[in-house]
Design a protein around this ligand. Sequence first.
Ligand code: SAH
Ligand code: SF4
Ligand code: F3S
Length: 483
Amino acid sequence: MNAPSPPSTITGDTPARPLKRLFIRTWGCQMNVYDSARMADVLAPLGYAPAEAPEDADMVVLNTCHIREKASEKLFSELGRLRVLKQAKEQGGDRMILAVAGCVAQAEGAEITARAPYVDLVLGPQTYHRLPEMVARATRAAGAVIETDFPAEEKFDFLPDSTTPQGVTAFLTIQEGCDKFCSFCVVPYTRGSEYSRSAATVIAEARRLAAQGSREIALLGQNVNAWHGEGLDGKTWNLARLLRELADIEGVARLRYTTSHPRDMDDELIAAHGDIPALMPFLHLPVQSGSDRILQAMNRGHKADDYRRIAEKLRAARPDIALSSDFIAGHPGENEADHQATMALIRDVGFALAYSFKYSSRPGTPAAGATMQVPEAEKDRRLQEIQALLREQQDGFNRSCVGRRCDVLVTGPGRHPGQLAGRSPWLQPVHFVGAGQQPGDVIAVDVAAALPNSLAVHPLERPAGNGPPETSPQPPCQEKAAA
Ligand code: SAH
Ligand code: SF4
Ligand code: F3S
C-alpha cells in the first residue's frame, strides 16, 4: 500500500485512539485486489492505517490465490520471512498479528496453522466482514482463529461502505462465486456458489466511487456476466440493464466488466456494447481452448464455433471492439489436433491481448484425477506456440492503432518528469507530455507510435470541461487484430 504516512493518532469527533499499522500483500485476480481494499475498510475503525512495509506493521494480511500451482509454496516462503519480523517485534515487547486470507486460506484452512503455528488468523474470502471480531479474539487468546466456513449471511450486507478512494479507475465487485465447475478450476471450491449483489447496493457504491473521483469503474465477478441481481423495480435484472443504469451516473465516463463466460454472453449484453457509449470497446472473454473435445472435457458448456459467433456478433454491434481471452495449454487428454484447433481459433478470432497458461493440476478438481495428463515438455511447446501467435496479434493490434484518434483517460503522472500516463479505450497504457491535463480528464489524442507495451500519443486541443468521451471521426482501431 503506497498511501502517504498518516499522523500517529486519528483525531476528529471520535476520541483519539493509538494508531496501528496494517500491511496487506495481495496475489491473484482483481477480486482479491478489491477484497484487500475492503479488508482495509473493515479494519480502519479499529485504528488500523496503511503501513508502507511489513516491517512497520502491527498486522500483516497475506491475501492469497490458489488458481495455479506453487501458490502454497509462495505463501509459506513469505510466512517464513514474516515469522522473523514477528519474533523481532515480540522481543521488543510489541505484537504483530499475522493473517492468511484469500483462496489458499479457504482451500487449506487448518493445514496452514499446522505448518506455520505462528499464524494468528486464517480466513476465507466470504468471512472478511467478521475480521474485527476475529482480530479481537486473536488479541485476547493464544492459538489461531480459523474461519473458512461459507457463512449463512452475505458479507456484502455487513461490510462498511468503502471509505478509501480508489483513484481514477476503480473496481467494484458485483458478483461472486461460481457454479460452473470447469474441470480444471478451484474457484467454485474457494469462492463458493454464485451470488449477485442487488442493483441498489451496486449503484450506491458506484455513486460513492464517482463522488470520490473515480471516472472508470470495472465491475468484477468470477462470472460477472452471469450477474442477475434484484433490480430497482424489485424484478431480477441482467448485466445489460445494470450497465445502462450505471452509465447514467454523473462522473462515470467509462465502464468495463470482467471476467465473463461465453455461455452468459446473451444478445442483450452484446447489444449493450453497441449503444452504451461509456461501455468501453474491450472485452475479456476467456475461451480456454479451440477444440470441441477439450471444451467438453473442461465442462465449458459451449463449442468453439459458439465463441466465433459471439465474436462476430460483438463486432457487428461495436465494430471497434477488441477481444482478450485466456488459454490453457495441455489440459488432460489434449492431443496435437486439439492444440491445432486452439491455434486455428486464435487465428480466426484475433485477439488484442490474451493470457495463456500451462495446465496446472489442482487438488480436488475433476481434471486432477484424469488419466492422460500431458507431458510437461509437450505443455511447454504448445504454450510457446500459443504465446508466439498471441504476441504477434497483440503487436499487430497495437500497430493498427498508430495514426488513429481516440480518447484517453488520464490516470496519473508518467514515468518521466512532465509526462502523464493514461489508458486507451482498449486498455493499452498510454503516455504523453502533459500540458495542464489532470488525472481524471478524458482527452482526445492521436496515436503516434506503438511501443512494446504501451502507446505514445499526442493530445489534441479540446475545449475545457471534459464532458463525456467524444466519438472519434473514424473508427479508432481495426476491428480485428492482424494475425
Ligand atoms: N471465471 C473465469 C476464469 C477465472 S480463473 C472464466 O471462466 O474464464 C482465470 C484463468 O486462470 C482461467 O481463465 C484459466 O485460463 C486459468 N486457470 C484456471 N485454472 C487453471 C489451471 N488449473 N491451470 C492452468 N490455468 C488455469
Ligand atoms: Fe473457474 Fe470455470 Fe468458474 Fe471460470 S467459469 S471461475 S474457469 S469454474
Ligand atoms: Fe486466485 Fe481466488 Fe482469484 S484462486 S484468481 S484469488 S478467485
